[in-house]
Design a binder for this molecule. Structure first.
Ligand SMILES: [Zn+2]
Length: 133
């Protein structure tokens, strides 16, 4: 039964990615295939803070407790907001595919801009390495 299952999988049409062996991410939060070049990709950041992040923020906040007292609660919220903002910036930088330049966040908003961005990406890539066609 298991062999039959493997046969079915190997007979299925395999996607041919632009980059057959991309750099493997160590601890990806989300893994997927690029819809344009079919290369396996992943995100290392999430847009929301994790429990570990809140724990870190709590620790930092507690360090300031002797100085500020209970006003520290405001600092906790501010720290959390700043950390989430930083995470979002990191994630935004990760969205564009490093192999073909496809940006899913722009694709949702404006397809024309997405096309322009991909074109710019390939022009830049060609300038850096003229062998790229
Ligand atoms: Zn891609």
């Amino acid at each position: 039964m298991k062999n039959q299952h493997n046969d079915i999988i190997s007979n299925m049409e395999k996607p041919t990615p632009l980059e057959p062996r991309p750099y493997k991410l160590r601890n990806p939060k989300l893994e997927f295939f690029c819809p344009l070049c079919r290369t396996e990709r992943g995100f290392t950041y999430k847009s929301k803070l994790s429990g570990k992040n809140y724990f870190q923020i709590t620790l930092v906040t507690l360090l300031f407790f002797p100085i500020f007292g209970f006003k520290i609660f405001v600092f906790f919220l501010a720290f959390a907001a700043i950390m989430e903002l930083i995470l979002r910036i990191f994630l935004k930088n990760e969205i564009q595919c490093p192999h073909c330049g496809f940006d899913a966040s722009w694709y949702k908003k404006d397809i024309k801009i997405t096309r322009k961005k991909i074109q710019e990406f390939w022009e830049k890539k060609q300038k850096l390495d003229p062998r790229v066609s």
